[in-house]
Ligand binder design. Structure first.
Ligand code: NAP
Ligand code: MG
Length: 491
């Protein structure tokens, strides 16, 4: 039987039958402890919080809330493992452990994908086809580097930094954990990782994989909790390196706290990327790219194409096609394989998105939403576009982190470039044109860490990722990602 959220506005009035991923193959505990020194241990103060499913507001599990003393225990365990085992292990052996994590993750891919969608609200198609395979690919990729650092840094000796404190957000919980842990381990560091409060479950599943892979105790420690736990970790005096992915605001707080300490850090922060469509672009392909760029993962993507700059001569055609494509997007149950847009990650995030819808309308923007019917329980936002917006509007300037696209037009190449760069952020961008020369000119002019041409939101472990301006400091991924975890010296 079709569920109401699967009702499509097709003229023929037919629905897709639901195609839900089963959950009988997943194992979730009622309560999760902290993963410290290779064991699951209770938090000192005995406090726990709930992780819920944002699609139905039901509790999935109780999760330990780590305080400063717990974080300290984890850092000590990481230090001990660093000194005693991990930094002394032959690089080839380190590689084998990381490889094993990747293999086990692949074997349990279905379970990881289902838990990611339950805990975070993203469509199962994405967690199954994007998040989990990419997370495994990161472990495979960095497993390969472990014993080849002399080729990564020819003529110099790469030494590990020590203990890395890593804090990640809720939009790609498992993938961000992989981005952080894999290169750190490959270079000989040990880690303490704090997942986001609303999406801790796949990181805790990863802790089980790490234990099953036989990693020496303390090489990877996972401490769950809210922002306070993250703050305790990044300001801990015995951390050698901080790796943070999250909002620019928290990134600033961390940067201030670390100033003058001599600690190494990388910050992957917010974005407000522009997708630039020239009149000579393949329009249907470009419309698909825009949809993928902003509605993918409910717009919970730091590098989302949340602004569209379209050449005036094709603007009407693009907007019309976009509106018609929006009508066919299925908003609803993240566990259904037909779903295109899942649940907003939390009540707080939904409130933030809704406040921006109001801001956009108050600023004079023309708002259009798809007519998708939203489920009554859970947190939902229909795909939304704003036209008639100006460069100074807040919906054009600020990161909304939801399925909301601000559309502007341009006449000339230079106008497009100026508008695209006119933001405090510089994480990503997209260009759609038939002309190679325009692509090169645009990629040279855009101040953004990643630029996609005639495609959007494509990732690969070999490719570096990171921002300019307020989008961050440093790069993750690829060869560049190793750099953040080593001290380089003479041979
Ligand atoms: P956030 O509020 O900055 O939180 C990120 C992480 O930091 C969470 O684990 C959070 O814990 C923790 N945290 C909060 N306050 C902290 C503090 N004072 N010190 C240390 N850690 C602290 O960001 P978010 O809202 O979860 O995530 C969305 C943001 O992440 C967006 O701005 C997005 O653009 C950015 N992002 C960037 C990238 C990138 O690669 N550039 C990738 C993904 C996301 P709690 O969750 O418990 O609050
Ligand atoms: Mg959750």
């Amino acid at each position: 039987m079709a569920t109401p959220q699967n009702k499509l506005a097709f003229d023929g009035g037919w629905d897709y039958d639901p195609a839900p991923e089963s959950t009988d193959h997943i194992k979730l505990q009622k309560r999760y402890e902290l993963f410290i020194g290779g064991e699951f241990v209770a938090p000192g103060k005995g406090r726990y919080f709930d992780s819920i499913n944002p699609a139905n507001e039901k509790k999935l599990a109780r999760v330990a809330d780590a305080d400063e003393a717990d974080v300290d225990r984890a850092v000590q365990a990481a230090r001990k493992a660093y000194k005693g085992v991990w930094s002394r292990l032959p690089a080839k052996e380190r590689g084998k452990y990381i490889f094993r994590i990747a293999r086990i993750m692949q074997e349990r891919a279905r379970e990881f994908a289902a838990i990611e969608s339950l805990d975070g609200g993203k469509p199962i198609r994405e967690s199954r086809d994007v998040d989990v395979p990419l997370a495994a690919a990161h472990f495979f990729y960095y497993a390969g580097w472990a014993d080849k650092l002399e080729y990564a840094f020819p003529g110099r000796r790469a030494r590990p930094l020590g203990v890395a404190g890593q804090v990640i957000p809720w939009n790609f919980p498992l993938l961000m954990a992989a981005w952080k842990i894999a290169p750190a381990l490959a270079c000989g560091n040990t880690v303490v990782l704090k997942p986001a409060e609303t999406t801790p479950l796949t990181a805790l599943k990863l802790a089980e994989v790490i234990a099953d892979a036989g990693l020496p105790p303390g090489v990877v420690n996972i401490v769950t909790g809210a922002g306070k736990t993250g703050a305790a970790l990044v300001t801990h005096p015995d951390i050698d390196k901080v790796a943070f992915t999250g909002s620019t605001n928290v990134g600033r707080i961390i940067q201030r706290a670390l100033a003058g300490t001599g600690k190494r850090y990388t910050l992957e922060l917010g974005g407000k990327a522009a997708n630039v469509i020239f009149e000579d672009a393949a329009i249907d392909q470009a419309v698909e790219g825009i949809v993928n760029g902003i509605f993918f993962n409910q717009g919970h993507v730091c590098c989302a194409g949340s602004r569209l700059l379209v050449q005036e001569s094709v603007a009407d055609e693009v907007i019309e096609k976009l509106k018609s494509r929006m009508e066919t997007l299925i908003v609803g149950d993240p566990m259904d394989k037909n779903t295109d847009i899942g649940a907003i990650n939390s009540a707080m995030q939904l409130e933030k998105i809704e406040s921006y819808l109001k801001i956009g309308a108050d600023e004079g923007g023309e708002m259009h939403q798809s007519s998708a019917r939203l489920p009554s329980k859970g947190y939902w936002c229909a795909p939304t576009i704003f036209t008639n917006v100006a460069q100074s509007n807040r919906v054009v300037q600020e990161e909304i982190f939801g399925p909301v696209l601000a559309i502007q037009t341009f006449r000339t190449f230079d106008e497009a470039l100026t508008k695209a760069n006119n933001t405090p952020y510089g994480l990503s961008g997209g260009v759609w044109t038939d002309k190679g020369a325009k692509i090169f000119k645009m990629t040279q002019g855009l101040r953004a860490g990643v630029i996609w041409a005639n495609t959007f939101n494509k990732f690969d472990p070999t490719s570096p990722f990171g921002g300019y301006k307020e989008s961050g400091v440093g790069r993750e991924g690829g060869l560049h990602g190793l750099d953040a975890y080593v001290r380089l010296g003479a041979e």
